[in-house]
Design a protein around this ligand. Sequence first.
Ligand SMILES: N[C@@H](CCC(=O)N[C@@H](CS)C(=O)NCC(=O)O)C(=O)O
Length: 225
Amino acid sequence: MYILFGGDFTRATLVQWVLDEGKIEYELRKIDIINGEHRSAEFLAINPAGLVPVLMTPEGDALYEVAALMLYLAERHQLTQLAPPSTDPDRGHFLSAIFHIAGDIQSEMKRFHFPHRFSLRSEDNAGIQDLAKSLVLSRLSVMNTRLAQRGPYVLGTRFSLADFYLCFWVAYLDRKAVCTQLASIAKLYDLVRARPTATPYLEETERMADAYAEMMKQNPSGVIS
Ligand SMILES: N[C@@H](CCC(=O)N[C@@H](CS)C(=O)NCC(=O)O)C(=O)O
């Protein structure tokens, strides 16, 4: 059986959703990143980088990097409704979207959530967070144009895990701002959020995003060091 190391305030939600979509059996082991459990000796023995999620395969391999985990599960379990296989004509657009979200959107969200790690001066934190937000918004705006021309999903009329992946980060950035400014992303968000398997996950992500934003206000020098 798979073991997923994840928990509140983490992108492990994305992997959990794929596991549930595929009706794949797994055990969830919660890692409390707010209280630093990801830096415990026990967890560092599983992932020396001290980051979640980690997926332990039935063979005992510890895998990491959320985009890789989603693709790995979709391919291993032939979830072609979530990820077009290598011979599918949509495969190229699908990979472009996944790598773009992982490399250019998700990485910028690190600056949004942990601005204190990018400057030695705490007075810079708010500016770093604002800059990260505007960079993500500008990248989403490009996607918004593409969705307006060839939507409503990332792959046109076909849903894929790229849509859920994108919506997860929209929820964490500032879903109200994104949906007010970017009509086609708003439409995508509503479509994905209405999917029965996605609804509980996106609702929970919205609660987590709001709670984390509140924690950031209470701890301007950083929620997690
Ligand atoms: N590139 C990794 C990054 C993983 C990552 O940053 N995970 C966050 C939780 S969503 C984490 O473990 N944060 C703890 C920290 O940065 O101290 C991935 O996409 O899986």
